[in-house]
Structures are given as structure tokens and as C-alpha cells.
Design a protein around this ligand. Structure first.
Ligand SMILES: NC(=O)c1ccc[n+]([C@@H]2O[C@H](COP(=O)([O-])OP(=O)(O)OC[C@H]3O[C@@H](n4cnc5c(N)ncnc54)[C@H](O)[C@@H]3O)[C@@H](O)[C@H]2O)c1
Length: 424
């Protein structure tokens, strides 16, 4: 490998929730950034100065364009970049197995433009072994170059938490693992230009596994607390108060709070990558399977609790008006991916309810091909509902006193109190 030179150019492949903040931080650091995305609408939206992700707005995109950022659907833009970072989706296929289609396609594209001395980093969440066993051979065969000799190869999991005002790309420590010690060094050199703290691992697989470990830990703990919510309700225990009390322990306890089910692109998906790779070596990850099962039951449980709330009002579910407040997968974002609000709507509809939603982050909410009517005004939502089910405590609901005026609120976020409030 040639002497490590200054890193001055970056190509980001995949300009979504992960790729775009990375491109922004690199622009801020004075690096020349291009972005390649196969989705024409993403490219045109960005080049028109608009953002399609929650954490960046049009002012941010304007700042990036001013700093020289350009998005393109032509892979030639990857050109001679010093660093190429792949941030494409890693979903599940129809059998629930990892779908590395986008990673493989993006890697093949990168291989066509790879130059000696470049650093290629995979940031997409995946199972251990992907960078070495899938990405490396594709890069080598497409470019004729050898990883660790002619170019550097590393993995760095993204820890971005959309909507989190405190922890962003720069102040969240960044894990990096390289194919060789030199690859790790080069990746450290790159990320130190963007983030406050870089945490090297001993190799690629350890960096890949660290991400799955973090998300599986979260997945299992959310399921544990969801199961506690069901059980505490039966016993008449206020779980929210117990969590607040337990949280005062300065060591050995991390608070998780129950909710209507898991959603988003990470928690419901990533642990499946782990169980899939475990199955390949003949091991069943029972914790992961159990967590999946418990959390998948939550939307049905919330539907049943809605029915219980109506029952106390001497109303039937059939024909009642249920308003879902906040239908995204978490508070203060617009991302509907894997949102538990969708299975909940399906359960409520099957029980005969007339379901509407209110959410300033979501224009259209479609479940099983049928649009859920939208209510725009919080006061109207509260007045017209037999039960308001608060799924995500967006700021708009907390900042308004109107939602609290509903006859009945089933609050899955633990934020509301009062005689008309039934908490999960
Ligand atoms: N969203 C999060 O909060 C988050 C957090 C940590 C890690 N991750 C992981 O990061 C990866 C990317 O997630 P995301 O949320 O940014 O996805 P996203 O869907 O928001 O963005 C991915 C982008 O990649 C583009 N793309 C797909 N195939 C491509 C190809 N072959 N070449 C170029 N572009 C292509 C898509 O058009 C899309 O714009 C996933 O593995 C995900 O699990 C996501």
C-alpha cells in the first residue's frame, strides 16, 4: 500500500437516514463529498435543496450544496474518491433471511470505480463476516485489486438515532474495524476527521458483531419490559412508577419503557441477522426469538386494552371511533417503517372499529391498501374519539392541552395522567 495521504474526498453510496448525515458531517469537516443513489427521487430532491430524512432540513441541504456536495444517479461520481462509504439498506427477504441484494449491488458498482490507495467502508448493518466474505471478493473481482494490499477495507457500524437532539454523528463514538491493521488505521484517520471519538476493534467481525449486540440487547430488554407491562397491569401495579424507582439505582440497571411494539429499520430487523447467522452454525438464539414473539404480540394487546377501555365506558368496539395519535415507529420522526401502528390498525379494524389517525409528521397512512382517515386538529381528534390511543408522544401532543380533554386516552407512552387516562 502507498503511504497514507491526507483524506480530502468522500463518496457516499446510499443517501438515506445513515448516508446523508455522514455526507453532511464530512462537508462540515471540509471534505469534498459526492453522493451516489440509485433512487432518482432522492437525487433530484437533494439537488433541489430538499431533505427526505428527519434529521436534516432544507437549510442543512443548502449548506451542503454550498460546500460543494453533489448527489448523482451516475456511479461515475464515485470517481477517484479517497474514501467510499456504503450505506445501503439491509432488509429481510420474504423468509425473514438477510437480504444483502443492495449491499452486493452497491459493492459491484464501487468495484468498477475502485482506485489503488482508496478506503472502502461498509456501514450497513449486517451479520459478522459480510465485509470479508461478501464485500471483499466482489470488490477484488470487479477491480482486479487486492484488499489490504492495493486498497483498504473496513466496517464501521452506524449508530445514528433519528430524532435524538442530544446524540448525533459527531458526539457518538464510532466503532471501526479493518481487514488489516493498516486498514483499521486508515479508517481511524478518516473518521477522526468527522467524529469526536473513534473506537477501533481488533477486526472486521468484531465491529460487525458490536452493532448486532447493541441492537439485540435493546430488542431483548424492550421485550422484557413489554412483558412486564402486561403482567403488571393484571396485578394492578403501576410499572411506570416502578421503573422510575428502579432507575434511581446508580449501577446495574438501565431503564427501558414499554410501548405498543417495536418498529423502525433496526430493532425488528437486525436481531434476525444474528439469529440467521447463528442457525448456520447450528445454534438457536432463543432470547432473540422470544423477544420477537413478545414484542409482536404488543399491537394485539393494545387493541385488547382499547376494547377494555371502551368496555368501561359501556361502549362496544364495533362502530366506535378510535383515534391513533402518532403512527410513526418512534416519537418526533416521520419514519413509518415497521411501525406497530399498522398491525394495530389491522386488529382494530377486524374488531369493527372506525379508525382515524393524527400525526403532523405523516400525510398518508395506508394499512393493507386502505387509507386511514387523517384528523388535522388535536382538539377535533380528542372530541371525536371514543378512545384516543397515544402511540408516539410527539412534542405536538405533549405541548398541547387539548389531547388530555378526550373522554378516554389509552397512553402507551406513560406521559399522561388523569381519570380519563389508562396507561399501558
Ligand atoms: N435508519 C437508521 O436509524 C439506521 C441506524 C443505524 C444503522 N442503519 C443501517 O444503515 C443502513 C442504511 O439504512 P438507512 O436507514 O440509511 O436506509 P435508507 O433506506 O434511508 O437509505 C438507503 C439509500 O440507499 C439507496 N440505495 C439502495 N440500493 C442502492 C445501491 N445499490 N446503490 C446506491 N444506493 C442505493 C436507497 O435508494 C436509499 O436512498 C441499513 O443497513 C440500516 O440497517 C440505519
Amino acid at each position: 500500500m502507498t503511504e497514507a495521504s491526507e483524506i480530502s474526498s468522500l463518496a457516499v453510496v446510499g443517501l438515506g437516514y445513515v448516508g446523508l448525515p455522514l455526507a453532511q458531517e464530512a462537508c462540515r469537516s471540509g471534505i469534498s463529498v459526492t453522493g451516489f443513489d440509485t433512487k432518482e427521487s432522492v437525487v433530484s430532491c437533494l439537488m433541489n435543496g430538499e431533505s427526505h430524512v428527519d434529521d436534516l432540513d432544507s437549510t442543512d441541504i443548502a449548506g451542503m450544496l454550498e460546500a460543494g456536495f453533489a448527489a448523482s444517479g451516475d456511479s461515475a461520481c464515485i470517481g477517484n474518491a479517497d474514501v467510499i462509504v456504503i450505506c445501503v439498506p439491509t432488509p429481510l427477504d420474504e423468509d425473514g433471511s438477510p437480504d444483502l441484494g443492495a449491499v452486493k449491488a452497491a459493492t459491484r458498482t464501487v468495484s468498477e470505480h475502485l482506485q489503488p490507495g482508496s478506503l472502502v467502508v461498509l456501514e450497513s448493518t449486517t451479520y459478522p463476516g459480510t465485509t470479508e466474505d461478501t464485500v471483499r471478493p466482489l470488490l477484488e473481482s470487479g477491480s482486479g485489486l487486492t484488499a489490504g494490499v492495493d486498497f483498504n477495507l473496513a466496517y464501521s457500524p452506524e449508530r445514528i438515532d433519528p430524532g435524538n437532539p442530544e446524540w448525533g454523528l459527531r458526539n457518538t463514538p464510532k466503532i471501526v474495524g479493518g481487514l488489516t491493521a493498516d486498514c483499521t488505521e486508515r479508517a481511524i484517520q478518516f473518521y477522526e476527521q468527522l467524529v469526536d471519538t473513534v473506537v477501533p476493534t481488533v477486526g472486521l467481525r468484531e465491529a460487525e458483531f458490536a452493532k448486532l449486540l447493541e441492537n439485540t440487547y435493546r430488542h431483548v430488554n424492550i421485550a422484557l419490559i413489554n412483558e412486564m407491562a402486561v403482567f403488571c397491569h393484571e396485578l394492578g401495579i403501576d410499572l411506570w412508577a416502578s421503573i422510575d424507582a428502579a432507575e434511581t439505582k446508580p449501577f446495574g440497571f438501565q431503564a427501558f419503557r414499554p410501548g405498543p411494539g417495536i418498529g423502525g429499520h433496526c430493532i425488528p430487523i437486525d436481531p434476525n441477522y444474528l439469529s440467521w447467522v447463528a442457525k448456520r452454525v447450528g445454534y438457536r438464539l432463543r432470547f432473540v426469538e422470544l423477544a420477537q414473539e413478545v414484542s409482536e404480540r404488543m399491537p394485539a394487546y393494545v387493541a385488547r386494552r382499547t376494547q377494555d377501555a371502551l368496555n368501561r365506558l359501556k361502549k362496544p368496539m364495533n362502530g366506535s371511533h378510535i383515534v391513533l395519535a402518532g403512527v410513526t415507529y418512534k416519537a418526533n420522526v416521520s419514519d413509518q417503517r415497521e411501525t406497530p401502528a399498522k398491525p394495530l390498525v389491522a386488529h382494530l379494524r377486524r374488531m369493527g372499529a372506525d379508525v382515524s389517525f393524527i400525526d403532523s409528521h405523516v400525510d398518508n397512512f395506508i394499512v393493507a391498501g386502505s387509507e386511514v382517515p387523517r384528523i388535522l386538529d388535536i382538539g377535533e381528534a380528542a372530541r371525536s374519539a371514543d378512545v384516543v390511543v397515544l402511540l408516539q408522544a410527539h412534542d405536538e401532543f405533549l405541548d398541547s392541552s387539548e389531547l388530555g380533554e378526550a373522554d378516554c386516552i389509552l397512553d402507551t407512552s406513560g406521559k399522561f395522567t388523569g381519570d380519563n387516562v389508562d396507561r399501558l
